[in-house]
Design a protein around this ligand. Structure first.
Ligand SMILES: [Zn+2]
Ligand SMILES: [Zn+2]
Length: 244
C-alpha cells in the first residue's frame, strides 16, 4: 500500500492509504476533488473514511464525501457539530474496534480542545499503524506498530523564542500547548513504545510558524533510527510492513 498525503496542517488534512484494490481515507479538510484525483476517481475501492474531530481542517468537506457514497466513521459529537445525520455516518466509541472493509480499526481518546479520536488500524498489507493528531498528549501505550502517523506540531524552543520576540501572542501559545503535540512530546510518545517493527514514522500537522521540518525529521531519525518522513501536501510513500 501507499500513503498519500493530500493535505496536512491547519490549512487542511486528508490522507489516503491505498493500493489498486482498496483505500482507507482519513480526514476531509481538503477539497474532496483532490482526494478523488489521488484515487484515480475510483471511489468503488474506498472502504470508508475516518474523521478524528470536528475542526474544519479535518472535516470541512464531509458533505462531498457522503455525496460520493462513502461511509464516514466519527464521534457523535463530531457529526453533531457539522449538523449532518445520514445513513453514511457511523458513530464510533472510543475503546471500540470496528471493521472498515478489510481494515480493522480501534479508536481511542486524544487530548484536544474538542473531543478527538486517534486510530489504530490493522490491515494485511500495512500491518498495524496508528494515526494520532491534534492532541497535546497521548496517554496510551500503543501495541507494537509497523507504521506510525503522528503529529509533531511545534517545538517548545521555537515557540518560546517567538513569544519572547513578541511574534506569538501568549493566548495563541496557550491554545497551542493545550491542543497540539510538541516535538518533545512526540519524542516521548515514540520512546514509550516498542518501535522494533516500525518501518515508517510519518510526522504530520506541522505548524507553519513554530516548526522546522528538516530539524524535526533529523531529531526523530536520530532518536529512533527509523525512516522518518515529514508529511507535505502531495507526499506519497510506501506504507507496507517492511522496507522490502
Ligand atoms: Zn488540526
Ligand atoms: Zn483540531
Amino acid at each position: 500500500m501507499n500513503l498519500h498525503v493530500i493535505g496536512t496542517g491547519s490549512k487542511g488534512n486528508a490522507y489516503i492509504i491505498q493500493n489498486d484494490d482498496e483505500a482507507l481515507l482519513i480526514e476531509c479538510g481538503v477539497k474532496f476533488s483532490e482526494s478523488l484525483k489521488a484515487l484515480n476517481f475510483n471511489t468503488r475501492k474506498v472502504a470508508g473514511m475516518l474523521i478524528s474531530h470536528s475542526h474544519l481542517d479535518h472535516c470541512k468537506h464531509v458533505k462531498d464525501v457522503i455525496k460520493a457514497g462513502i461511509d464516514v466513521f466519527c464521534l457523535k459529537e463530531t457529526s453533531d457539530t457539522f449538523g449532518i445525520s445520514n445513513h453514511r455516518i457511523n458513530h464510533v466509541l472510543p475503546g471500540k474496534t470496528f471493521m472498515v472493509g478489510s481494515f480493522k480499526v480501534a479508536a481511542f481518546d486524544l487530548k484536544h480542545d474538542v473531543p478527538c479520536l486517534g486510530f489504530i488500524v490493522e490491515h494485511s498489507s500495512t500491518g498495524r499503524f496508528c494515526f494520532i493528531t491534534d492532541s497535546y498528549y497521548c496517554e496510551y501505550k500503543l501495541p507494537a506498530m509497523n507504521n506510525m502517523i503522528v503529529e509533531a506540531n511545534y517545538c517548545d524552543t521555537i515557540l518560546k523564542a517567538r513569544l519572547d520576540a513578541g511574534e506569538e501572542p501568549s493566548f495563541l501559545r496557550d491554545r497551542v500547548i493545550r491542543s497540539h503535540m510538541s516535538l518533545q512530546t512526540c519524542k516521548q510518545l515514540l520512546q514509550a513504545n516498542d518501535l522494533k517493527n516500525v518501518f515508517n514514522i510519518v510526522l504530520i500537522h506541522l505548524s507553519d510558524r513554530n516548526s522546522h521540518a528538516l530539524r524535526f525529521q533529523k531529531e526523530i531519525k536520530d532518536l529512533t533510527a527509523k525512516k522518518v518522513t515529514v508529511a507535505e501536501n502531495g507526499t506519497v510513500i510506501a506504507f507496507g510492513k517492511t522496507p522490502f
